[in-house]
Design a protein around this ligand. Sequence first.
Ligand code: S3P
Length: 441
Amino acid sequence: MNLIVSPGAPLRGEVRIPGDKSISHRAALFAALAEGESLIENFLDSGVTRAMLNALTALGVTWRLEDECLEVRSPGWRRWKIPAEPLFCGNSATTLRLLAGALAAAGIPAVLDGTPGLRRRPMERIVDPLRAMGVPITAAEGGGAPLTLQARPAESPLRGMSHTLAVASAQVKTCLLLAGLAADAPVEVVEPTLSRDHTERMLKGMGVALEDARLPGGAAWVRLHPPQQPLPPLRGSIPGDFSAAAFLLAAASIVPGSDVLIRGVGLNPTRTGLLETLREMGARIEITHRREVFGEPVGDVRVQASALRAGRVQGERVVAMIDEFPAFAAAALHAEGISTVRDAQELRYKESDRIAALVQEVRRLGGIAEEHPDGFDLSGGAALGGTVHPHGDHRLAMALAVAGLAGVKSVIIEQAEIMAESFPDFVATLQALGAQVKVTP
Ligand code: S3P
């Protein structure tokens, strides 16, 4: 499908956004690790979370998802069954890396695979430390998926260990902590900067003995003590996805006359780097009704249009906005001056190479962009318009649409259906706010 975006119409009104993708993945998997019946509301129903749920079915877990309410019934991870076929993780590295840790604990043989895009993502970052714990796991030639886990005898527990990550990663951290459920001693993970801590919050909520701390210099440390009891079922409501709200924050900031209220947005500080960056650029963003939902900070966010200045992102901030560089780019294209991103090599390993793909598509729109090994420069104020391609990346597709909302000519995004991976109602939400967007086959 093509998405056609016509510029100019202000965005006004109040909207809800989908449940958080990262927390939905964890809620589904942790409910399956637990023994009994879990009930999760505001669950993100999308291609990537369905990949997780289908893999859980193959492990003998049953579930029902209706109107964003997920019921899960599981015998607990010690009684998962051996999957008959390779577990297909679609395009979702979160599904694959988190499942690898859980299957390592369960000790059952399995193959984890996905799309060609997923096969290109780096997996040695989980395979090497899992092997150090005694997990019989191998990657394909080249270090990526498919990953193959051999059976591990019940009488040989995994080894506890301390592992230091070269790059902050919540997927790798979570994978190792989950493997630690079956270890004979605590598992510790040290990160150069604290990545999203949804796993820590949810496991603590389930009564797992988990300690965490910030170390001098900004590093983060977490230690999981293997629980002796089965994990109890989960109950809770998933906060709105800040990473979905990010596109609305950027859009309402750059389209003159906009005024948007987004209710129930997850505001975990490990995720909200874009909020700080947009404020530094001059955005008008107000947060009200702060509360806690499912162990996570949540609030209502109002954003009004304003004249933005160029932004500069580097260092620690990169981790707290790791998924928000496409949304940042959309705002930067309409800010005054040259915005810069550095220290963000990790962007090359996301759903697309987000440095190369972004620069290429911005240029196609008539924008001025320059690629760097660890980031990019974007000039604001060019007259944008044209046809672009999202490189199979949901966030790139949405960012290009947002950039078009404040452009000069129409922007056409080809193969825009990929947006549904994290924000199935993106188009309907923009339309409800008054934006001129339409879909053609
Ligand atoms: C995620 C962690 C991040 C993020 C991804 C979701 C998670 O990946 O980019 O969209 O749910 O743990 P990395 O762990 O590779 O940084």
